[in-house]
Design a protein around this ligand. Structure first.
Ligand code: SAM
Length: 347
């Protein structure tokens, strides 16, 4: 997704790719970008990475500066995206770790309008990546009816009072509406939009159970599949949860996705000589053939423990592939990334 977003900035003639990372925290976005550059020889040989991270928290900025502030063309500044106003041009307006969910819907609209205004002032062609919390994540099914709620809220009396942290949650339709309205308000043409869900089954609150205590701890279970020192009870991975109230297309997605997920878990279980009460469904092409491939690879392994460990890690990888390739970009994961490509060259 970041690669796609970067591709639009490549026409920039200066041979410098200029990134603004909104809500940069301790600099993880910079690490991600420099890793992308180091792995892509075309990027590395043709372009120089120029990075500015802004964050509202002085502590975060200080930590980021201590870690990466001495790198070439890397700066971290303290700033609130709600009151900032940029004057310098950027090729990609990045965000990761859901910083925009800290804003109300109205504040997001205003922040995006300010960004689009800057794009137009510079007649740039660029992309804007908006990372927010997915409204329909299974982590917080009980809250699906609301799009702005206290994320620090506790469902357990024993946890006592916590300070309120109001966060905003988005479906792709709502996010696209706000992005489009911000572009319209400035009169900037949008070339296209794209939306990506991240962490459908393995969002961190599938482990904490903070908002949905009945949910199986999928994140821990998938991590356990990858841990050679642990044996995972595969039946616990079955996705059979009662869904909250949501639009029909969201419920349809989960029905289809859970069918795929459960079929893969059941195929792995069959390779252990056990069976699960799962009605198998046809798998999408990207993960078809898992059982045959696993069977072939495992047939040489006589040691029972080794057989199981290899099978478990193959299952973890295919489940991850299922998530990545079948994410619909609806707001059904922990993160929803909205990308807006703008072309203000004729502005
Ligand atoms: C979960 S952290 C993500 C940090 C980093 N981008 C990452 O991926 O690790 C969200 C960040 O958004 C910052 N943030 C929240 N509201 C902000 C605002 N109004 N303007 C700028 N940064 C903000 C927070 O201080 C925090 O560092």
């Amino acid at each position: 997704m970041f690669k796609q977003a970067i591709a639009s900035g490549i026409e920039n003639k200066e041979k410098k790719l200029r990134f603004l990372d909104v809500g940069s925290g301790t600099g993880d976005g910079y690490v991600l970008l420099s890793t992308l550059f180091s792995q892509d020889s075309k990027l590395l040989s043709n372009y120089e990475l120029d990075y500015l991270g802004i964050d509202i928290s002085p502590q975060m900025v200080e930590t980021a500066r201590n870690l990466y502030g001495s790198h070439n063309n890397v700066r971290f500044e303290c700033g609130d995206i709600r009151t900032s106003s940029f004057t310098q041009p950027f090729d990609v307006y990045l965000s990761c770790g859901v910083p925009y969910s800290h804003l109300t819907h109205e504040e997001l609209y205003e922040a995006l309008k300010m960004i689009v205004t800057n794009v137009c002032n510079h007649r740039s062609r660029c992309s804007v990546v908006v990372d927010v919390l997915g409204r329909y994540s299974i982590e917080w099914m009980r809250k699906w009816k609301e799009s702005h709620w206290d994320y620090a809220m506790s469902f357990f009396e024993s946890e006592g009072d916590q300070e309120a942290t109001w966060m905003s949650f988005y479906s792709h339709q709502h996010l696209q509406e706000i992005m489009q309205q911000a572009a319209n308000a400035v009169g900037c043409p949008v070339e296209k939009f794209a939306f990506f869900d991240r962490s459908i089954m393995v969002g961190r609150h599938t482990s904490t159970g903070q908002f949905n205590p009945k949910l199986p701890q999928y994140r821990n279970l998938v991590n356990s599949l990858l841990d050679p020192s642990q044996e995972t009870e595969l039946s616990q991975l079955i996705f059979q949860v009662e869904l909250g109230s949501a639009p029909e297309y969201i419920l349809d997605f989960f029905t289809q996705f859970s069918g795929w997920w459960n079929t893969l878990v059941s195929e792995a279980t069959a390779l252990l000589g056990e069976s699960l009460a799962v009605e198998p469904v046809e798998l999408p092409p990207e993960v078809q053939g898992f059982k045959a491939a696993a069977e072939k690879e495992l047939q040489q392994i006589a040691d029972k423990h080794q057989y199981r460990q290899n099978l478990e890690s193959m299952l973890a990888l295919v489940l991850r592939k299922l998530e990545i390739t079948q994410q619909p970009g609806y707001g059904v994961g922990h993160d929803l990334f909205g990308v807006m490509w703008l072309d203000a060259t004729g502005f």
